[in-house]
Design a protein around this ligand. Structure first.
Ligand code: HEM
Length: 447
């Protein structure tokens, strides 16, 4: 089957590319990219003169340029986000669970999960002598998956974690696909067949788990909220989406939105604290002062002002989500570019968050102090700070994410001193999120 299928796929792809480039849609897709290019130019040649811009490498290298272009012209990543986010009004269901008081109750769970990771670091340091070189990224990813699985599936989290692992494999496969041709995902080539197989497995595993949760009843975890939401969701009644499909899509949505983003932010935070030792000392002093050898609780997290500004500044310089995506509801004109109704616009978060005109001449510098009086004090136009998006569809998990980051970072700071290893290579990479391309490698010692 395979050679015939691959040839058919190749011919089909050529045909679709041809039609695609002739079609009016072409103008629309290219406009999206031009819009950002123009925006960039209008704002003082951001790519050219950003000598100290931490994301300079990302924006300037040919590879990065291609992945931006690819992202701007391919349907796939946007398709996933929009499809997963738009199936039913996910925030109606998720947000109540992620409100602050609910989130507080999860602190103990997060402390337990984080301590498991920290104990493994302690053992490594003991084994290696005084200092250990630790690449933190994968550990932080598993931690974040563990935390979101527990929050989502409660006591069934082990099965949930298996599903999340499969979703991650799916994500990896999808991020490797580079052909921005509409309809390509229906071609039965090798990678698409792998994707379909994985999707089928994920859907059937989630269905099984949902059934199990329904039989057990009464647990107040995220999955239960989704199940309840699915029962009452008007969107479902007025659409052709099945309840199963809705639940499956919401599970994928939470995992995709809430796992990688938080893990990557923790990695960037540790990288910056390792680079700026004065901020590491200040944040640690605050944590020790607030906790005074007691167990962490939600009220302590509120008092950690310095740590909060460190996280805010990290999210300003290294926002994990590269774009906020919106669909144009009526024809508009931005800086002379006509944007027709129905087109998707990507708002480049990091460009807005490092604009000298808005943030001052030290816009590229790591300076958590700027957030001492909140976002209003940090930026001329506070809407330009949007690591969690903006408006009605702002991130449903932002409180959860901030709380998780504070717990993880305060525990790390209270137990370890760390500096950047000489093997660290600074190379922000745009995959599905903006992440340290070569990972973050730290020299760690116990306190
Ligand atoms: C540092 C961590 C995080 C960052 C930077 C982040 C960022 C974002 C951004 C930029 C959006 C798009 C918002 C918009 O279009 O205006 C979003 C949406 C979303 N996020 Fe997060 N997020 C994070 C963590 C989380 C977590 C932990 C969860 C879940 C527990 C979560 C759940 C969601 C959901 C469900 C949406 C879709 C909301 C909708 O479409 O209505 N996020 N996030």
């Amino acid at each position: 089957m395979s050679i015939v299928v691959e040839v058919a796929v190749a011919l089909g792809a050529v045909l679709v590319v041809f039609i695609h480039f002739l079609h009016l849609e072409k103008t629309i897709r290219f406009n999206i990219f031009v819009f950002f290019w123009e925006y960039t130019m209008v704002n003082g040649g951001r790519y050219g003169d950003g000598e100290r811009n931490p994301l300079k490498h990302l924006f300037e290298s040919r590879e990065a340029f291609l992945s931006f272009q690819r992202y701007g012209t391919t349907l796939r990543p946007r398709y996933i986000i929009i499809k997963w986010a738009n199936l039913g009004s996910s925030e109606e269901i998720i947000v109540p669970e992620l409100y602050l008081d609910k989130v507080k109750a999860m602190v103990d769970q997060i402390v337990d999960s984080t301590n498991i990771m920290l104990r493994s670091w302690e053992s490594r340091i003991e084994r290696d002598g005084e200092v250990s070189e630790i690449k933190v990224d994968e550990n932080l990813r598993s931690l974040s998956a563990d935390i979101i699985s527990r929050a989502c599936f409660g006591s069934n989290y082990a099965q949930g974690k298996e599903i999340f692992t499969k979703i991650r494999d799916l994500q990896n496969l999808l991020s490797k696909i580079s052909v921005g041709v509409p309809g390509f995902r229906y071609f039965p080539n090798k990678s698409n067949r792998q994707i379909w197989k994985l999707e089928k497995e994920i859907n059937s595993n989630i269905s099984k788990l949902v059934k199990q949760c329904q039989d057990e009843g009464h647990e107040q975890d995220l999955l239960q909220m989704i199940l309840e939401g699915a029962k009452n969701c008007d969107d479902l009644l007025s659409s052709s989406i099945s309840q199963d499909r809705f639940i499956i899509d919401n599970c994928k949505n939470i995992f995709f939105a809430g796992h990688e983003t938080t893990a990557v932010t923790a990695s960037w935070c540790l990288m910056l604290l390792a680079t700026y030792q004065d901020w590491q000392d200040r944040a640690r002093a605050e944590v020790l002062e607030v906790c005074r050898n007691c167990n962490l609780d939600a009220s302590m997290l509120r008092s950690m002002k310095t740590l909060t500004t460190v996280i805010q500044e990290t999210l300003r310089l290294y926002p994990p989500a590269a774009f906020v995506v919106r669909t144009v509801f009526q024809d508009i004109n931005i800086k002379g570019i006509k944007i027709p109704k129905g087109m998707n616009i990507q708002i480049p978060i990091s460009i807005l968050q490092q604009d000298i005109g808005l943030w001052g001449s030290d816009a590229y510098k790591f300076n958590p102090e700027r957030f001492a009086n909140g976002v209003l004090g940090a930026c001329k136009i506070p809407q330009a700070y949007m690591p969690f998006g903006i408006g009605a569809r702002v991130c449903a998990g932002q409180h959860f994410a901030m709380m998780e980051l504070k717990v993880v970072l305060s525990l790390v700071l209270s137990k370890f001193r760390f500096s950047l290893s000489s093997s660290y290579c600074h190379s922000p990479a745009f995959r599905l999120v903006i992440e340290p391309g070569e990972g973050v490698v730290l020299n760690m010692t116990r306190i």
